[in-house]
Design a protein around this ligand. Structure first.
Ligand SMILES: *Cc1c(COP(=O)(O)O)cnc(C)c1O
Length: 370
């Protein structure tokens, strides 16, 4: 195998020389941040790429979640999934909102619309679903529930960059969609994030909030925060965007290779590709079933011994962390599907630079012949 550990993901870095013209431009203009030229260009380019009209760039995905909640003026209770990265629920906690966990659908691995409906109370103001692994939620059912009960919907689309359904880009759904451009994501600006907005007014409001609420030299219109993406990040994003389709194609090849090779391994399930979806292959989750000779953790450690760092995304469930486990919706008996999946899931390495020789060796370890 390679000289250093194989991690679950690795950022795609274009050749260094390709970045120098961008750096030169920054050195010439002395524009480092505050909605500079690269920031504007990246917003335009991303809107076009994602097939949306309005997008606001932010310093990271967590701030983007916080600002989305603030922009919609949400409070009370928000229904969300326990099967996600902890930032999803932390954003609610930081906003003084009570998270209400609803169980997942074991086939989509996303929040179960029926469980959402059952969790609604008079205090519910919104639903915060996650397109886990970039696999789309049941957006139709979620919107019907939201409409019937007068709730807002914010999608945590941190994993779902470039994902499209039959009608277009997945981030067009809900009141707002939030993206993360962290180094571990399919498209990265080192750290970064964005909110896809339904109209120019919402984008304006977010642009105001992310710059301290400052409208001009003497006017402060809102108690905003510093959520700005800087010019270095935005410039890198523009360069990444030129390579992202190639990077996703490479991920697709690795996905297909894993799928074919693991098909015949008893006790290893690969959740099928989401139907009618152009997927980004952000992750390659497998489910280690009881008839596999090792437990999920056993397999995780076996791979570690071979310097392959697969990850147990998402274990433990968010609802099991100390700041949330006292909530009544966090009771394990209410989340049987999420608990079952969290116990079985393992995300295998997938990233553009991962060689097929390495994928073969990973598969051999899993098949018990490596
Ligand atoms: C990465 C991630 C976030 C947080 O994004 P950052 O840019 O790291 O702040 C939020 N939700 C999910 C599901 C994520 O995977």
């Amino acid at each position: 195998m390679s000289n250093w550990p194989i991690t679950v993901t690795q950022p795609f870095l274009p050749p260094l020389e390709e970045f120098t013209p961008y750096l030169r431009e920054i050195w010439q203009t002395h524009r480092l941040t505050n909605a500079g030229p690269f920031h504007r260009r990246l917003e335009t380019a991303l809107a076009e790429y994602l097939g949306v009209e309005h997008i606001a760039l932010l310093a990271n995905g967590t701030l983007a979640l916080l600002m989305a909640l603030k922009a919609l003026g949400l409070s009370g209770e928000i229904i969300t999934t326990p099967f996600s990265f902890v930032a999803t629920t932390h954003a609610l906690w930081w906003s003084g909102i009570t998270p209400v966990f609803a169980d997942i659908d074991p086939s989509s691995l996303n929040i179960d619309p029926e469980a959402v409906e059952a969790a609604i109370t008079p205090h519910t103001t919104a639903i915060l679903p996650v397109h886990v692994y970039g696999r789309p939620c049941d957006v139709g059912a979620i919107q019907r529930i939201a409409d019937a009960h007068g709730l807002k919907v914010i999608y945590d689309a941190a994993h779902a960059f470039a994902v499209r359904d039959s009608g277009g880009g997945i981030t067009r759904h809900g009141n707002l969609s939030v993206l993360s451009f962290h180094a571990t994501k399919v498209f990265t600006t080192f750290e970064g994030g964005a909110i896809v907005c339904p109209d120019a007014r919402t984008k304006q409001q977010i642009d105001l909030l992310k710059n301290f609420g400052v409208a001009d030299e003497v006017t402060v219109l809102a108690a905003g925060i510093n959520g700005k993406m800087n010019e270095l990040q935005a410039a890198f994003g523009l360069l990444q965007l030129q390579h992202v389709d190639t990077a996703i194609r490479r991920r697709r090849e690795i996905d297909a290779f894993y799928r074919r090779a693991l098909e015949s391994v008893p006790g290893i399930d690969c959740p099928p590709l989401p139907p009618d979806i152009v997927w980004n292959h952000a992750y390659f989750p497998i489910l280690v079933q009881p008839d596999y000779p090792l437990s999920r953790d056993g397999l995780y450690h076996r791979l570690r011994e071979r310097d392959v760092h697969a990850r147990r995304y998402f274990y433990p469930l968010i609802s099991e962390f100390p700041m949330y486990r006292g909530l009544s919706s966090a009771a394990p008996a209410r989340l049987p599907m999420a608990r079952d999946v969290a116990k079985k899931v393992l995300c295998l390495p997938i990233y553009p630079a991962l060689g097929l020789e390495d994928v073969t060796e990973i598969v051999d370890v899993i098949a018990g012949i490596g």
